[in-house]
Write a protein that binds this ligand. Structure first.
Ligand code: FAD
Ligand code: NAI
Length: 470
């Protein structure tokens, strides 16, 4: 076996810690430097805590709407303190698990802030002082932070970032959410279920810009059904406190107005995080948007320095960062690996959930592709009916000539789980015929995927479609 390479991984989020473990598995000598918390944004103040609170909101909502099943739950009460403690317990177990895994794999972990001194040296400031590490290779996995807009500095009291919203002391009466993207809608819908009134201010013409339009329309209908007000083409300009209320000044396409609320949650996107990292000392430059540019092997412009995760570009998703971490580890260990994926699935934990993978209809049109699509509604699924969650559908887009699956977009029950089959289909170059011919167990939600594939050819069995060409 060749001499292990000394590798310093900066940042222990889902990109950095996954990379570190894989490096250790491949026999390298690994030091991980983390300045705040093992598990990064994802485990501490992102994916995991948000999904825990969303699950709690869904349970409250189910209990309140189960009378059709003959279940009436009276006096359902929420103990916010207990909820936050329960959520924090999950975070603690997972981050403790990451620490254990790093240790068991022989990775050295230093809790401290890292900066580059040169292309082979990393300075670490920690509570025990300062030290300089020598490295053959450096992996930058410092993630991203929430964007602040003028007039809405995060004080985590009046104005929450997502982090504040994940640790409430009480459920606010009325929340104004700035930004109708991933976080705004996930957490906005969650707070609605926990009892808040919610108004979402979105700058563009609709929620979730860039997502498949049919899916967004369904989500917008759900917002209405849940009595969440979505104000599009609307910009928040500033706010003032008046007694125990907050007055948010907004500019809409129809003029200016004031929205009164008890809490503001600002979620207008995240930006790559490289402050204080000393990139210039190693000859590194960031792009206009602050990302580190990498090649297919996750190498930056300095060949022994790699970048992975949110800092390395869109989409800012945990599983994309982990995949990049695995690629960088293999490359450092001398393997001929590349980030060569056809698609990155995206899952949004709205109510109903939304998930998508591959190309949207708009993207296919922009590329001039000739496409066909098929759609199957959950209203026709026995399983969805038995769950009392019939809103939504599965839509498959395929190449009109080759039948290859190009994109799959879903809204509905458990679609964040269902999308895995679609991702595999695209990675394997499957056709809609492959999916349609695969037996899907009954009664299950994935049957909707099979029927949507059949629907592409006007052959879905459980909805009526006009026979093709007639
Ligand atoms: P991070 O997880 O941000 O980790 C970077 C780490 O680097 C941090 O721990 C930071 O302290 C450390 N660091 C930074 N600078 C230094 C330094 N100089 N020295 C030492 N350490 C440093 N994604 C999904 O895929 N699914 C979801 O459901 C999902 N939900 C989300 C919900 C919320 C509320 C938020 C905010 C994000 C969510 N995301 C989700 C996005 C996801 O959290 C990020 O894409 C992911 O965490 C990025 O991983 P990363 O390892 O690149 O960075
Ligand atoms: P986002 O990019 O998803 O949404 C931001 C929204 O704010 C957009 O709709 C944008 O048009 C709007 N906006 C921007 N400026 C505005 C302004 N001044 N006024 C009103 N609206 C404005 O960003 P978000 O929700 O902050 O999430 C950040 C990232 O975190 C996501 O893009 C995603 O990568 C990741 N994430 C992933 C989740 C998941 O996978 N389930 C969940 C949460 C976050």
């Amino acid at each position: 076996m060749s001499t292990p390479r000394k590798v310093v991984v900066i940042g222990a989020g889902p990109a950095g810690y996954v990379c570190a473990i894989r490096l250790a598995q491949l026999g390298q000598e690994v030091t991980v430097v983390e300045k705040e918390f093992l598990g990064g944004t994802c485990l501490n103040v992102g994916c995991i805590p948000s999904k825990a609170l969303i699950a709690a909101g869904s349970l409250m909502d189910k209990l309140a709407h189960a009378s059709a099943m003959g279940i009436t739950a009276e006096n359902v009460k929420l103990d916010v303190h207990q909820l936050v403690e329960w959520k924090q317990g999950i975070v603690g177990k997972l981050t403790g698990g990451v620490g254990g895994l790093l240790k068991n794999h022989g990775c050295k972990v230093i809790m401290g802030s890292a900066s580059l001194v040169s292309k082979n040296q990393v300075k670490v400031k920690s509570s025990s002082g300062e030290e300089t590490l020598q490295a053959d290779d450096i992996v930058i996995a410092t993630g991203s932070i929430p964007i602040e807009i003028p007039g809405f500095a995060f004080d985590e009291k009046d104005v929450w970032s997502s982090t504040g919203a994940l640790a409430p002391e009480k459920i606010p009466g009325h929340i104004v959410v700035i930004g109708g993207g991933y976080i705004g809608l996930e957490l906005g819908m969650m707070y609605r279920k926990l009892g808040s009134q919610v108004t979402v201010l979105e700058a563009t013409g609709g929620a979730l810009p860039g997502q498949e339009r049919d899916c967004v329309k369904q989500i917008e209908r759900s917002l209405k059904k849940q009595k969440i007000k979505l104000m599009t083409e609307t910009f928040a300009q500033g706010y003032e406190r008046k007694g125990d209320k907050l007055l948010v000044n907004v500019k809409t396409s129809k003029g200016n107005e004031t929205v009164e609320c008890d809490q503001i949650l600002s979620t207008v996107g995240r930006r790559p995080y490289s402050e204080g990292l000393g990139l210039e000392n190693a000859g590194l430059k960031v792009t206009e948007r602050g990302f580190l540019q990498v090649d297919k092997q996750m190498r930056t412009s300095v060949p022994n320095i790699y970048a992975i995760g949110d800092i390395a570009g869109q989409p800012m998703l945990a599983h994309k960062g982990s995949k990049e971490g695995l690629v960088a580890a293999a490359v450092i260990a001398g393997q001929p690996e590349e980030y060569d994926v056809r698609c990155v699935p995206a899952v949004i934990f709205t109510a109903p959930e939304m998930a998508s993978v591959g190309l949207t209809t708009e993207e296919c049109e922009e590329k001039g592709l000739s496409i066909v699509s098929g759609q199957f509604p959950f209203a026709a699924s026995g399983r969805a009916m038995s769950l009392m969650e019939t809103d939504g559908f599965v839509k498959i887009i395929s190449d009109a000539e080759t039948d290859e699956v190009l994109g799959v977009h879903m809204v509905g029950p458990e679609v964040t789980e269902l999308i895995a089959e679609a991702a595999l289909a695209i990675e394997m170059g499957a056709t809609t015929e492959d999916i349609a011919r695969t037996i899907h167990a009954h009664p299950t939600l994935p049957e909707a995927m099979m029927e949507a594939a059949e629907a592409v050819h006007h052959m879905a069995v459980h909805i009526y479609q006009k026979p093709k060409g007639r």
